[in-house]
Write a protein that binds this ligand. Structure first.
Ligand SMILES: Cc1cc2nc3c(=O)[nH]c(=O)nc-3n(C[C@H](O)[C@H](O)[C@H](O)COP(=O)(O)OP(=O)(O)OC[C@H]3O[C@@H](n4cnc5c(N)ncnc54)[C@H](O)[C@@H]3O)c2cc1C
Length: 435
């Protein structure tokens, strides 16, 4: 189980009769589904909305992620620039940034105790190759910190410098999911846990053999999407330490609870929690043939052990402190790494956030609500709106391609460590990945 769920009491819901007539039926009780209901009832409080969740709310990625509420977007500006104007891309970044503040406002208004703290994020370079890349890849809202400036924020071993992005908060995501779901129930939304919806077509969902009566159906199942070529699940794993002592924390830093990672190509992400634990996650688990989702990949001891070793390399002071939790989950990735929000008159779907879905799902849900309600807002026209990615390759090419990419990314990190120069492997790989 994740640390987050260990710190949250799961509420129960009293949703009423599932066979009622629904204006909007949402399949998936993660952030996407819940925020969609939130934005819809905010605009049209009379709407009758049902959310179906096959497990408990937040069972999926939403309740078990790394807790970065960042303004990151999985596709870089250069790639976005092939299809969208600079102004359009700036609007996307602006909307992501203000979404963090809107989440903060919601958390405060609803008095949700989810450890929300906006202290920004740090990406730390630990070799010359990483340092050169950081210096040249700064986003508009990021600043470069040299070694001594970095050490004022974080005391990571071998840190040579870092980039600092002010637009990131850390949260206990399960606590936010639960608070959001309860707030929705208070506003009249019906949440059906332990109800799996089976799509027989875009316009028809069946539960326990019975067709539900809904005007509009929204698929908010992200990495659980049944179409294995539309979007693939990539596993990300996390470990958490026990609460560290004050003297250990004084040798780690992060006084403003900045989210942090190193600058490796293989994604890492971490935070210092409210109760002074380190929560550290990373990708690198193998992709499963046929885009299968496998529980065994969530508890892969080899990857978890790698993360524990990494934590001790980053902060030797962690030493013999216990790691109390280890878990994982899948992120949804489309072939071009682009998120999507698609709506027609009766059906909508959203997802493909890669590992940036905490804030992005809030914004995507706002876009879904605007599109569904026919509002011509900027959110209804952001780059992911009505975006269609090409399909992933069939197997075995998909398996070979994704797993070789994971291995080459690891090799690229090794190359930078040895050469102290930005990786040539990665420069060759990025255009192939198309992100
Ligand atoms: C380990 C990990 C770490 C991550 N770290 C971060 C991070 O730090 N920051 C960040 O921004 N993003 C992070 N992400 C990504 C982020 O968590 C997700 O993008 C986001 O939570 C997706 O929300 P969602 O509601 O779309 O999907 P989910 O939370 O996966 O929700 C989908 C829900 O649909 C349900 N479902 C599926 N099929 C059906 C069905 N047929 N009927 C009913 N219910 C169904 C599932 O049970 C699930 O609860 C991470 C993800 C993982 C796995």
């Amino acid at each position: 189980m994740s640390l987050w769920w260990d710190q949250v009491i799961r509420p129960s819901f009293t949703p009423g009769d599932i066979n009622a007539r629904w204006d909007v039926l949402i399949v998936g009780g993660g952030f996407s589904g819940l925020w969609s209901a939130h934005h819809l009832v905010n605009s049209e409080p009379h709407l009758k909305i049902a959310i179906l969740e096959k497990g408990r709310v937040g069972t999926g990625a939403s309740g078990r992620n790394g807790g970065w509420a960042s303004a990151l977007y999985p596709v870089n500006d250069e790639v976005l620039g092939r299809n969208f104007s600079t102004a359009h891309i700036s609007t996307l970044h602006h909307e992501l940034r203000i979404s963090i503040d809107e989440i903060a406002h919601f958390v405060k208004e609803e008095k949700i105790t989810c450890g929300f703290h906006k202290g920004g994020s740090l990406v730390v370079a630990r070799n010359g190759g990483q340092l050169k890349r950081l210096g040249t890849e700064l986003a508009a809202n990021e600043i470069f910190l040299n070694q001594s400036q970095t050490e004022k924020r974080i005391l990571m071993a071998q840190a040579l410098g870092s980039s600092f992005n002010p637009d990131c908060a850390v949260i206990n995501p399960a606590a936010l999911v639960v608070g959001l779901a309860k707030s929705l129930e208070n506003r009249g939304v019906s949440i059906f846990e332990n109800h799996e919806g089976r799509f027989t077509s875009e316009n028809e969902v069946i539960v326990n053999g019975k067709k539900l009566n809904a005007q509009f159906i929204l698929r908010a199942t992200e990495a659980y999407h049944e179409d294995s070529r539309a979007q693939i699940p990539i596993y990300s794993l996390i470990v958490a330490t026990e609460p560290l002592s004050d003297s250990q924390i004084s040798e780690i830093g992060l006084a403003d609870r900045e989210a942090f990672s190193d600058a490796s190509h293989l994604v890492t992400y971490a935070q210092r929690t409210e109760d002074n634990r380190l929560v550290i996650g990373g990708r690198g688990a193998p992709y499963s043939w046929g885009s299968r989702r496998q529980d065994s990949l969530e508890t892969r001891s080899k990857n978890h052990e790698g993360l524990r070793k990494m934590a001790r390399r980053w902060f030797p002071v962690v030493g013999k402190s216990k790691f109390t939790h280890a878990w994982g989950g899948a992120v949804g990735v489309a072939r071009d790494w682009s998120p999507y929000v698609r709506v027609n008159s009766k059906y909508g779907e959203m997802g493909g956030y890669v590992g940036d879905g905490v804030t992005l799902s809030y914004l995507a849900a706002h876009s879904i609500a605007d599109l569904l309600l026919g509002k011509k807002s900027v959110r209804a026209q952001l780059p992911y709106a009505q975006w269609k990615s090409k399909k992933w390759e069939s197997e075995p090419w998909r398996w070979l391609g994704v797993n070789s990419t994971i291995q080459l990314t690891k090799l690229a990190d090794r190359e930078e460590f040895l050469t102290h120069r930005p990786s040539v492997i990665m420069q060759a790989l990025d255009p192939i990945l198309g992100r």
